[in-house]
Design a protein around this ligand. Structure first.
Ligand code: C5P
Length: 314
């Protein structure tokens, strides 16, 4: 995440007045980038008693990002400004949910205006809403000097959505267990390139999990055992530990276009591909930018009813 105080963009000159004004306005607003994620692996271990599913997943942060501008306002209110038509309902926005929870847990009474510039497609399996909520929390913590620890932020984040804690760790890669909210940061040694193909119609995560015929969990294995076995598998590049998503069969039943898109990646010479989260985004993985751009051009020529993005590890 990059956090830029609005006043930091102005260059201090030999002008005392300018310096005073700069200091006065220095933390009145904050510009935050809010990146997306893909899941490089997603295994559903079983259905839990609370209705959620126990997961083992590998989160990877990517450069496709939204921008959030936070501004202090005098009235103790929440204002959300966005041009995205689907996000006009403020109360449904995860940023608003984050604001409500923050007010309760941080004993903070201020007001904030949030400008959200959306680039990450909505309901696409890219964690856009979760990232917005997480980066809002990180930004508020800094802008208002709330001094909340990471553990406190993660506790709030987990109540907003299962993907929110990953973004609060501000890491390129991590293993997620539990609902996906228990995070173990892992080193990310290589910058990878991705071609994302995002069909126009989104998919409801809740619906995908509802239709999944996962066996009830009889025993939840200790996180440590699961994650260390998984990390060992990743190091050895064991088959089955790479590019796997248990949700694909369900999501592609809900949106049959997904099977077509999945097959197209073979045609355009990108066999290493996977659906992210509950979909519908399908992405291919490339070691170099040029290769990713070539694949994206080939896909664009097919004139699918889908958006195509090239991005990288972030
Ligand atoms: O946590 P989040 O709000 O992103 O989840 C959306 C829905 O997806 C949940 O209401 C739940 O039905 C389902 N879900 C699940 N198991 C998970 C994550 C999500 O069943 N690990």
């Amino acid at each position: 995440m990059s956090l830029r105080g609005s006043a930091q963009r102005r260059r201090p000159r030999n002008d005392v007045l300018f310096l005073v004004l700069t200091l006065l306005f220095s933390m009145n607003s904050l510009t935050i980038s809010s990146p997306a994620k893909v899941n490089l692996f997603l295994k559903v271990l079983g259905r839990r008693r609370d209705g959620y599913h126990e997961l083992l997943t590998r989160f990877h942060r990517i450069s496709l990002q939204d921008q959030i501008i936070l501004k202090k306002i005098k009235k103790p209110q929440f204002r959300l400004i966005t041009t995205h038509l689907k996000l006009r309902s403020v109360r449904k926005n995860l940023i608003y949910k984050a604001y409500r929870l923050l007010k309760n847990s941080a004993d903070w009474q201020g007001g904030v205006e949030v400008k959200l510039r959306k680039r990450i497609p909505i309901a696409a399996g890219l964690g856009g809403g979760s990232s917005n909520a997480a980066h809002f929390l990180l930004g508020m913590n800094r802008l208002f000097g709330l001094r909340l620890s990471r553990a406190a932020l993660v506790k709030i984040g987990a109540q907003i959505g299962s993907d929110v804690p990953f973004f609060l760790y501000q890491t390129k890669e991590a293993i997620g267990t539990g609902r996906g909210e228990r995070i173990k940061v892992i080193p990310c040694r290589h910058k990878l390139w991705f071609v994302l193909v995002v069909p126009q119609s989104g998919i409801s995560t809740a619906q995908v999990y509802q239709q999944l015929k996962a066996a009830p969990l009889t025993r939840i294995s200790a996180d440590a055992t699961i994650t260390s076995a998984f990390s060992r598998g990743m190091r050895k590049k064991e088959k089955g530990h790479r590019l796997h998503n248990d949700l694909f069969p369900v999501s592609s039943r809900l949106l049959p276009q997904l099977r077509q898109i999945d097959a197209l990646f073979d045609q355009v010479g990108a066999p290493e591909r996977l659906m992210s989260g509950s979909g519908p985004t399908i992405f291919s993985i490339h070691p170099f930018k040029e290769e990713a751009e070539k694949v994206a051009r080939r896909i664009q020529r097919l004139k699918l009813n889908a958006q195509v993005f090239v991005c990288h590890t972030y």
